[in-house]
Design a protein around this ligand. Structure first.
Ligand code: F6P
Length: 461
């Protein structure tokens, strides 16, 4: 029998032409396309009745198995516990955190359903790789059903330090669930350190960390840092081709020679958009010569609309964009173009290539692949400049970017001014260093290293 990779995530994104996939989907697809494996998860449909078995499909060499979820339960699991409790807490924003026991119960139950529907599809030589905070209890539930294949888990978002984590009444159950995986991967060393601290807090002397292995009684869990990356060559080709496309050309023509500053983020409070808009307004105050000479394009597709904190941020952003445009716009110039829509991935890469400055200023982020995509999409002979938040996981690697604290509007304003006026020599030098890092930590290296760790755990058992 041959090994098969089975990826599991909350949402399965069957490739679509109209919308750019997020970081998680790009990563999973890249791992699966190399191996022809299976992607299992929720297919995006909700039902009022008891959902049936997984629906199977095959596209572009990848097999898909998707399930439906009951509407009421989904709202509690996804909008409730996953995105109302875990998301804000894991992004160090306890002020947005809310906990409802019935939402936690729905989260547990959805993981049980995932396990029940995945188990019959598994073969003895499979390796299973689960993704993200929605699926922390999945390994436990699969083991209860007698599944014996290696189980790995990668957390795409930050793992919080214990003093934040223990705000969650069920944090101890969560840590106990997590260590049922054989391999656990994090984006950065500080996430891994926080996890070890949490494990020590929960298991006390029972747990010992030894060269990246967490030993709890007679169990060994391999833990490591696997920074997710991008496919530099594929993005470069995509960006070059898209730059010449009609939609990108129209956007560039509409700039009338002005420099372009770009931001591309899911509309999420963790992305620091309100702070970014405020800093941009301050920048126009501090450096008025820029008025009329640049355009800031912010693409922010709507996300998690049913979660109250997401609706609030939408209102705040509309107000901030309206205020800046009202204050500074001229009859022939709009300072901010703010769009709540998505574009195909290649078009997005064409937009990124056209931008003199990329603004990636989350208040907290596991990695942030837009930062890496922006760099990969640039013309190495005349590259743009990345302004990057120190609080994004990507900041650990992308040390030649202009790094700023996203809460400091003056710092962001100064960085934007520096970026817009940076010499070609300095831009090239910084970009070359950053590209080297990108190639070292590519999306292929990420998938290969994680799968190697899973295979090694299999060999040990
Ligand atoms: O990594 C963050 C993440 O939650 C992924 O799990 C997910 O694919 C992406 O953001 C988009 O989020 P959602 O599926 O909630 O729209």
């Amino acid at each position: 029998m041959t090994e098969r990779l089975v990826c599991v995530s909350n949402r399965v994104s069957v490739p679509r032409r109209t919308a750019a996939p997020g970081g998680l989907a790009v990563g999973i697809l890249s791992a699966l396309k190399g191996t022809g494996g299976l992607w299992f998860g929720w297919g995006g449909e909700l039902t009022e009745q008891e959902p049936g078995e997984a629906a199977l499909d095959r596209r572009e060499g990848v097999n898909y198995a998707t399930i439906e979820l009951r509407r009421e339960q989904f709202l509690r699991y996804y909008g409730g516990f996953a995105n109302g409790a875990l998301w804000p807490l894991f992004h160090y924003m306890p002020s947005k955190f809310r906990f409802q026991p019935e939402e936690y119960a729905a989260y547990e139950d959805v993981n049980r359903q995932f396990a029940r529907k995945l188990q019959p599809l598994l073969k003895p030589d499979d390796i299973v790789w689960a993704h993200d905070y929605h699926l922390i209890p999945l390994a436990c539930r699969l083991r209860e059903l007698g599944v014996r294949v290696p189980l790995g888990f990668f957390l795409h978002i930050p793992f919080p330090y214990i003093e934040t984590l223990r705000v969650l009444p069920t944090f101890s159950e969560l840590v106990r669930d997590l260590v049922a995986y054989d391999v656990i991967g994090f984006q950065t060393q500080s996430d891994l350190d926080s996890f070890f601290t949490a494990a020590a807090h929960v298991f006390g002397r029972q747990c010992v960390v030894d060269e990246g292995h967490l030993n709890i009684g007679d169990r060994t869990v391999r833990c490591g840092v696997f920074p997710i990356g991008v496919d530099v060559d594929a993005i470069q080709q995509e960006a070059i081709a898209a730059r010449a496309s009609e939609v990108v050309q129209r956007m560039v023509d509409s700039l009338s020679g002005r420099k372009l500053v770009i931001g591309v983020d899911r509309l999420d409070y963790s992305k620091g958009l309100v702070e970014r808009f405020t800093a941009y307004e301050r920048f126009l105050e501090m450096f008025p010569d820029n008025c009329g000479r640049l355009t800031y394009l912010q693409i922010a597709p709507l996300s998690r609309k049913d979660v109250p904190s997401y609706a609030e941020i939408r209102g705040a952003l509309e107000q901030a964009a309206g205020r800046t445009n009202g204050r500074f716009a001229d009859t022939d110039w709009t300072p901010i173009r703010y769009l709540n829509r998505n574009f195909a991935h290649n078009v997005m890469m064409g937009f990124l290539r056209s931008a003199h400055v990329g603004l990636v200023t989350p208040l907290r982020d596991g990695m942030n692949l837009v930062a890496k995509e922006y760099l990969a999409a640039q013309d190495p002979h005349d590259p743009g400049v990345l302004v990057l938040s120190t609080l994004a996981g990507a900041a650990r690697e992308l040390t030649s970017a202009l790094q700023i604290n996203p809460y400091d509007p003056r710092a962001l304003g100064h960085a934007l001014q520096t970026a817009l006026h940076m010499s070609l020599g300095e831009r090239r030098e910084r970009h070359a260093q950053l590209l080297e890092t990108l190639r070292e930590h590519s999306i292929h290296a990420w998938a290969d290293r994680f799968m190697a760790a899973l295979r090694a755990s299999k060999a040990e058992t």
